[in-house]
Design a protein around this ligand. Structure first.
Ligand SMILES: *[C@@H]1O[C@H](CO)[C@@H](O)[C@H](O)[C@H]1NC(C)=O
Ligand SMILES: *[C@@H]1O[C@H](CO)[C@@H](O)[C@H](O)[C@H]1NC(C)=O
Ligand SMILES: *[C@@H]1O[C@H](CO)[C@@H](O)[C@H](O)[C@H]1NC(C)=O
Length: 338
């Protein structure tokens, strides 16, 4: 049959009109469903954890460059007192902390404006630093098989712009780290610990992959199970005595920085990291994620889990200390809990 002859000019116009409306409708529904895929039901949006990992590595390394530059200027660090820690140790703040904070914080908040970022420092000094660029498909992602997305409001990013500030002012630079941690629903998922003075970056994504450096050291033999690491700045022997009461022959090493000590456990230098007093979550989260990725265990000294959310009821302070180990975690927990 030949329909062509039966369509009169005004029918043609109607047909064109109908096709146009249908096309517009299709475009409209397609765009809407694309938007729906990004936004879930409760006004949140999905963010790629892999992209945050790339930004976290770039931020930790950029912070590290500032930390190093301030130290190497050889002039004053512009040290200020933040008061005293629970152990009576002077809590200091330097230009290194501030500049590192600024660049790390501005990088993470400018790329991820809808994610809660918590830093140890605040913008008091009015130093303004531009965010650094990063590659959204950074080399770290090459070994990740399953890129995960999470709703923005389930994510908290923790920043420690300069861990071991006191040691930094004393030129004990091997203890100094910059850290970023990504927590999803309170669980530590990605940890990045950068050592600025060794230019090394250790990162791990729980269940997904980790930096070459960690894969390498993970082949080392297990640490002596009575080798402990504790804080250099603890005054008195309380922690050492507590350990010796459980393990009379224990070897107890002292070191600065929670990031450094976590890596000593990850690298099987020491079997357990013991901290008996208050500690802040930005000190612990990245190391926790790394040790978790390696199969380790991190709890309070009361054997309670540590969560890293940022809800109204979440605290920054961990009041009951810290116990971190790679092997025999249950054993140490039960022992110290007694
Ligand atoms: C998550 O994203 C939504 C939509 O963009 C936004 O309204 C909300 O404030 C974000 N939540 C946080 C914690 O930033
Ligand atoms: C911060 O720096 C800007 C630009 O250098 C300056 O205009 C502003 O007054 C400063 N604010 C404070 C509180 O020092
Ligand atoms: C520690 O190592 C010793 C010697 O290898 C072993 O006898 C002991 O059971 C171990 N303890 C734990 C807690 O693994």
């Amino acid at each position: 049959m030949n329909f062509g002859g039966t369509i009169r000019p005004n029918n043609k116009a109607v047909a064109i009109f109908l096709v146009s409306v249908a096309t517009l409708y299709l475009i409209y529904t397609w765009r809407n469903s694309a938007a729906l895929a990004k936004e879930s039901a409760f006004g949140s949006e999905k963010v790629s954890i892999g992209e945050i990992l790339c930004a976290a590595i770039a931020a930790a390394e950029a912070g590290g460059r500032e930390v190093k530059a301030v130290r190497e200027k050889g002039t004053e660090l512009n040290e200020k007192s933040k008061g005293k820690t629970k152990e009576g140790v002077k809590d200091v703040l330097t230009d290194g902390d501030m500049r590192s904070h600024q660049v790390m914080y501005s990088t993470l908040t400018s790329y991820f404006p809808h994610i809660k970022v918590i830093s140890e420092e605040h913008d008091e000094n009015n130093i303004s630093m531009e965010p650094v660029n990063f590659n959204k498909k950074c080399p770290a992602l090459e070994q990740i098989s399953k890129l995960e997305w999470a709703p923005n409001d389930s994510i908290t990013i923790w920043i420690d712009p300069l861990d071991a500030t006191k040691e930094y002012t004393e030129n004990l630079l091997e203890y100094v780290t910059t850290m970023v941690c990504i927590a999803v629903k309170g669980e530590p998922v990605v940890g990045v610990i950068h050592k600025p003075f060794e230019k090394k970056t250790y990162w791990a994504w729980v269940g997904q992959g980790m930096a070459e450096e960690l894969l390498e050291i993970n082949k080392a033999p297990e640490a002596d199970n009575e080798s402990f690491i504790i804080s250099l700045s603890h005054t008195g022997d309380a922690v050492e005595n507590r350990i010796k009461s459980k393990f009379p022959n224990a070897k107890v090493e002292k070191a600065g920085g929670a990031g450094y000590k976590s890596l000593q456990i990850a690298s099987r230098h020491n079997a357990a990291y013991v901290h008996m007093t208050h500690i802040k979550k930005w000190d612990v989260c990245a190391g926790h994620a790394i040790l978790k990725a390696l199969g380790g265990r991190v709890t309070t000294m009361k054997n309670e889990p540590i969560k890293y959310g940022s809800g109204a009821n979440d605290q920054v302070l961990i009041k009951d200390g810290l116990l971190a180990s790679l092997h025999n975690g249950d054993f140490y927990s039960k022992l110290f809990k007694e």
